[in-house]
Design a protein around this ligand. Structure first.
Ligand code: SF4
Ligand code: SF4
Length: 394
């Protein structure tokens, strides 16, 4: 990597403390945390290195390191720290810092404020909720109270326009963040940005596919952290299983919604017997099962956090709560809507549709600034880390 001046920011440690790195200054660099971490290795040595960077104010070093995202927040390091410096919390705080720094200008300040001020976060959430509420109140059609005419009440193409506009903005924010992260974690390294890039194309593709399968689809590293959960009962209660249910529930609902948009007849054409699409219809069935997974995973995660049963669930930020509660509400309002629709209760259906759309809108707006962001940044970091190791050893 090309040499460049190292800048130190004395205020960085206070910023990390404000983001949850509650006791980072207590660390005296013994290295116990790195020794016990199940994911740290010679090439990717953390969390001690990240804590040292923080104490020295080396914020660029933090943002340039993919190691930040290799941590799965299992809490083992915090349990073993002789100084109670809470290294797991510092790693989490650094990820919040990174999320705010990778965001586009404007979104970056918003992100920092929702992490730092609970009042700002609450007010923002209320204002964000008002957008779909005002749209629903202003744009809705006739209210038929004798039978459910959902898309007469709120035409489907309005939902599509709002969804597409929101999706494009959120996708733009996420792609910007991923691009900035890629730039920062690879700049100056030959093989990434410059010579050698094309020569390593096949290797990059192989590593990318492996990362996608192992780290996204089956979340192997998180499973590695739950190595004590060998029996089925422990496995079903593990953080890994909770993550998997939320991830696959979310993906299933995303696929259902996309198919509903691409093949509208699959979810919106009423049958002649007064009911709508049977629950056994494949797309609807996929949505129902995915919703179950999502509700199960979000409920488990919330219970763990309320009980503070593990170190990783003992310090919950407002944004973590917001994401989990919105996930759960999205699932529950979706099911309630489905039931009201099937029992042909018009006014209840319209009210639930309004609440459901507000919740889903909020969920997507805040997603890039909550724990959801790690679902994007972590796989990229793991891929960059592997590719960096490959370059350094060849
Ligand atoms: S965080 Fe704790 S265990 Fe890790 S190096 Fe510092 S004092 Fe040692
Ligand atoms: S929280 Fe777990 S994965 Fe993260 S640094 Fe600590 S021991 Fe390693």
């Amino acid at each position: 990597m090309a040499d460049k001046p190292i800048k130190s920011d004395p205020g960085f440690v206070d910023e990390v403390k404000a983001l949850g790195g509650i006791n980072v200054e207590a660390c005296f660099n013994c290295g116990t945390c790195t020794a016990v971490c199940p994911l740290s290795s010679g090439a990717s040595s953390f969390p001690r290195k990240m804590i040292t960077y923080t104490q020295l104010g080396l914020k660029d070093k933090v943002l340039e390191s993919p190691d930040l995202w290799l941590c799965n927040y299992c809490g083992e390091c915090s349990k073993s720290c002789p100084r109670e410096a809470a290294p797991a919390e510092t790693m989490m705080a650094l990820r919040r810092y990174a999320i705010s720094q990778y965001a586009p200008p404007g979104f970056s300040s918003f992100s920092r404020m929702i992490y730092r001020s609970r009042a700002f976060a609450w007010i923002s959430m209320i204002l964000i909720s008002l957008i779909p509420l005002v749209l629903m109140l202003g744009l809705h059609g006739p209210i038929n109270s004798s039978s459910v005419l959902m898309f007469t009440f709120f035409p489907e193409h309005y939902i599509d326009y709002i969804g597409i506009t929101l999706g494009v903005i959120i996708l733009g924010v996420m792609l910007y963040g991923l691009g900035k992260m890629y730039y920062m974690t690879t700049r100056g390294m030959s093989g990434f940005q410059g010579e050698g890039h094309s020569a390593n194309g096949i290797k990059w593709l192989q590593e990318f596919t492996k990362t996608l399968f192992k780290e996204v689809f089956i979340q192997k590293r998180l499973d590695q952290c739950n190595e004590n959960s060998k029996g089925w009962r422990e496995r079903l209660n593990s953080e890994w299983f909770t993550h998997m249910t939320i991830f696959w529930g979310f993906i299933g609902l995303l696929i259902t919604t996309s198919l509903g948009f691409l093949i509208p007849s699959a979810i919106s054409v009423p049958l002649t017997n007064g009911l709508y699409i049977p629950v056994t219809e494949p797309i609807r069935l996929l949505g129902t099962l995915s919703g179950l997974l999502l509700v199960y995973g979000a409920t488990r995660a919330i219970i763990n956090r309320v009980n503070k049963s593990e170190i990783y669930s003992s310090h919950t930020y407002f944004t973590d709560w917001a994401f989990l509660v919105l996930l759960l509400l999205a699932g529950l309002t979706g099911y309630s809507l489905e039931i009201a629709y099937y029992v042909n209760s018009p006014l209840l259906t319209y009210a639930l549709l309004t609440v459901h759309l507000i919740v889903v809108f909020d969920l997507f707006v805040v997603a890039p600034f909550t724990k959801f962001a790690h679902a994007l940044y972590r796989p990229l970091a793991i891929w960059v880390s592997r590719a960096r190791q490959y370059i350094e050893t060849t």
